[in-house]
Write a protein of this length. Structure first.
Lengths: 199, 372
């Protein structure tokens, strides 16, 4: 009996397994509830947190990035994939980056460079179709900004001049106010003195 | 003719299984001494994916080691990544905001389920069943998508930061995770029908590759493999870290110690993880995900420190030696698969070649974690 019990029990377990397979078959093949995405025809929806190669953010007000070439990202990067240089630019006080090269082949997408950037000008891009034929993945992050650099410098100069003028005006106003105050104090003192004299 | 008969009469010959063998996960190489089909001796040969993570840790500061952690074990990268953060936080006394604690628990347990699902699929694939593999990968894909929402990566997460996490979870994430729990519970029922009740699987696994409690303890086997041998040891319960003491869950234990027991333990652990996630989603508070004030550099105080977390494969420990600078003098990673694999030579001796696959598969080794 034990033998036949085993045979029937085993057969039953196989049947119940097959029923699962059949059910799934009907779901996917007959009712067309496939789980596979037909990739080139359908494109995936990327999450907001999606991480791909880093890039510089184009800010609206300046129509350019805000990198000040502080090299904090270059120092923190554990994979040594950022190379940048830059510094003073003729005509403006703000420092600007002149070369910004990033080797995506090395990047581990850790996000440390985003964290340390003092001007928050780095972000992840959302490109994902990045198969290539060679190992060279060095990207010039400034490529899309070069044409706007002159414009930016001109704009920045205006902004800085305006700021300087404002600052100067403010300083002058403050100076004037101070002088006025001093004068008033002096007057008061003189007044008091004269009053004292009188009494 | 003569060589055939000699072999059957007892000539011992050696066979290399791996490193490029379809059922040796990653690059495990087993050097087997066989007599006919019987395994006389088995010797695991490791080191094929050594990447010197421990050495790298000595040459970069504590923050820069973050991306390395998830590469040690790419199947439960989140647990490793957050475990390392927790170690440094405990060392430096950084307080983690409440919300971040709950987020960490949720993503950790999701990652654990994903790891167990992958094991489930590949283990059965080794045993010759291709259908469960497809189903379990479908489920796992859903977890990877959910985690992708907040971490931006699929496997090698770098989601943790000292003191918290990088990205806040939103309503979509929580609803998707809740929906997933309902889905996986239904699927577990289906897996039971499809796989666990299957007579062929039972015949192949029951009583095969018994790791006794004494053997497991002597080799430092941890994780599900240890719990299948009758020891109720789970770091989450034994030395609660990262807020695990707030959740109500059980540590499943079985006493058989065979391949089937290890199978059951993992399935039950998926259920327990579901319970934890459910409670965490219910109780998650609003608030910050990173502390407001953080030091710029994370300097390790002088001395030696040890901190352990429970990864999907067992006890993952970090032994850190600091000297006052922010570069560790030594960072030793104690990875569970290494000890689990060490118990294999004794377990495999005397079994049949076909069972070797089932036994080695059932302890769920991840080679990059062993080699580091
Ligand atoms: S994401 Fe990490 S590895 Fe990539 S450039 Fe930034 S710091 Fe370097
Ligand atoms: S940290 Fe930011 S501002 Fe500094 S160099 Fe890098 S991108 Fe530029």
């Amino acid at each position: 009996m034990g033998y036949f019990g085993n045979v029937f029990g085993g057969f039953g377990s196989l049947l119940s397994g097959m029923s699962v397979t059949l059910r799934k078959f009907s779901q996917t093949v007959i009712r067309r509830k496939a789980v596979t995405m037909q990739y080139p025809k359908e494109l995936p929806e990327l999450a907001p947190a999606y991480r791909s190669a880093i890039k510089l953010i184009r800010f609206e007000e300046s129509n350019s990035h805000d990198c000040v070439a502080c090299k904090a990202c270059e120092r923190i990067c554990p994979s040594y994939c950022i190379k940048l240089s830059g510094g003073k630019v003729e005509g403006i006080k703000k420092k600007r980056v002149a070369e910004f090269e990033m080797d995506f082949a090395l990047c581990s997408l850790c996000g440390l460079c985003l964290d340390v950037c003092p001007t928050d000008t780095l972000e992840y891009s959302k490109v994902y179709e990045e198969a290539g034929y060679n190992r060279d993945w060095r990207v010039d992050l400034l490529a899309e900004f070069r044409d706007y650099e002159e414009e930016f410098v001109a704009k920045q100069r205006v902004i800085e001049e305006k700021a300087a003028a404002e600052k100067k005006a403010k300083a002058e106003a403050a100076k004037k106010a101070k002088e006025a105050k001093k004068k008033a104090e002096a007057d008061e003192k003189a007044d008091n003195d004269s009053k004292e004299e009188l009494s | 003719m003569s060589s055939d008969s000699q072999a059957s009469e007892g000539e011992v010959y050696s066979l290399n299984m791996g490193p490029q063998h379809p059922s040796m996960h990653g690059v495990l190489r087993l050097l087997l001494d066989l007599r006919g089909e019987e395994v006389i001796r088995a010797k695991p040969v490791i080191g094929y994916s050594h990447r010197a993570h421990e050495k790298m840790a000595e040459n970069r500061n504590t923050l820069q080691f973050l991306p390395n952690t998830s590469r040690v074990d790419y199947l439960s990268g989140m647990i490793y990544n957050l475990g390392y953060c927790q170690a440094i936080e405990k060392l430096l006394g950084i307080d983690v905001p409440e919300r971040a604690i709950y987020i960490r628990v949720i993503v950790n347990e999701l990652n654990r389920i994903a790891s167990h699902l992958l094991w489930f699929g590949t283990f059965l694939l080794d045993l010759g069943g291709i259908t469960p593999f497809l189903y379990s990968f479908d489920d796992r894909e859903e977890i990877l998508d959910i985690l992708d929402q907040v971490t931006g990566s699929r496997l090698t997460y770098c989601y943790g930061r000292f003191g918290g996490v990088t990205w806040d979870v939103d309503e979509t994430f929580l609803t998707r995770a809740t929906a997933f729990l309902a889905r996986i519970r239904e699927r577990l029922h289906m897996y039971k029908q499809l796989v666990t009740d299957n007579v062929i699987l039972r015949e192949r696994c029951t009583g095969v590759g018994v790791v006794s409690e004494a053997l497991a303890k002597s080799y430092g086997v941890t994780g599900p493999s240890l719990r299948a041998s009758g020891v109720a040891y789970d770091v989450r319960k034994a030395e609660p870290y990262g807020g695990y003491d707030r959740f109500d869950f059980e540590v499943p234990v079985l006493h058989e110690g065979d391949t089937m027991a290890r199978f059951h333990i993992r399935i039950r652990e998926i259920e327990e993880s579901c319970k934890i996630i459910e409670q965490a989603i219910e109780a998650i508070p609003e608030g910050e995900i990173l502390p407001k004030k953080m030091p710029k550099r994370f300097k390790l105080p002088e001395g030696e420190y040890y901190f352990a977390v429970e990864s999907a494969r067992g006890h993952f420990g970090m032994y850190i030696v600091g000297d006052g600078s922010d570069i560790p003098v030594k960072l030793k990673l104690r990875t569970p698969s290494f000890s689990n694999l060490s118990a294999m030579p004794e377990t495999l001796a005397g079994t049949m070649l076909a069972d070797t696959i089932a036994i080695v598969g059932s302890i769920d080794v991840v080679m990059p974690e062993i080699d580091r």
